[in-house]
Design a protein around this ligand. Sequence first.
Ligand code: NAD
Length: 241
Amino acid sequence: MDNEKIIKLQQMIDESENIVFFGGAGVSTESGIPDFRSADGIYMQKAKYPPEEIISHSFYLAHPEEFFEFYKKYFYYPDAKPNAAHLKIAELEKAGKNITVVTQNIDGLHTDAGSTKVFELHGSVLRNYCTKCGKFFDAEYVAHSEGVPVCPCGGTVKPDVVLYEEPLDGPTIEGAVEAISKADMLIVAGTSLRVYPAAGFIRYFRGSKLVIINKESTGMDDEFSLVIHGKVGEILSQIKA
Ligand code: NAD
């Protein structure tokens, strides 16, 4: 790893008051959760329907059995633990940095690591609600249900996860946009920047310290003032809080 880039990243963090860490699925691959678009990502799995179609709202309504079969297999990882990236972000907050997490991930690992300001743009597998009576269910209930998870009232239990064709949650968008527009440093990590509207959020950044940490080039690398290609956990573990 290019040591000069790590030094530069450290300097930018030290100089910044308000930091937003904007992450995607690549932030959790070092915890053993596959992303979507890498060679071993979820999109490469053989399934009866294309994964992009399965995780859409219309597919969920039309084929709930198949939806939940896929969901339980690829979306819920009860043994996953926060990795060095999640832990370093939480450590920076503990050390006094005003650092907000805006994540496209649905695994809850930033909160697990100890971050307190977290906007989950695509929801969380840890929250599940009956579509009829609104009762809350935990992830275990869904994971251990036979086929489609059902509430005692008879309604379907739906994960609080934003599927394709579904809108993002209003207050979550507002909080994320406010944090990004007030930040003087934005760290984008582990995302292909191909899922909209989430990827468009970085447009709200008005500061000058715009960093991307990703295993591979995103096609938007030109827009960043510091580009680091590598594993986000390995890179952030070299930063001092
Ligand atoms: P993506 O799969 O489109 O892209 C992931 C990117 O991260 C790739 O560019 C890959 O090269 C990079 N990457 C993988 N491992 C990395 C690592 N250790 N360090 C640095 N970079 C790494 O993911 P996306 O852009 O987040 O968009 C896909 C959607 O997938 C999101 O909406 C998200 O909700 C969902 N998703 C979430 C999870 C999760 O919650 N952990 C897992 C899979 C998918």
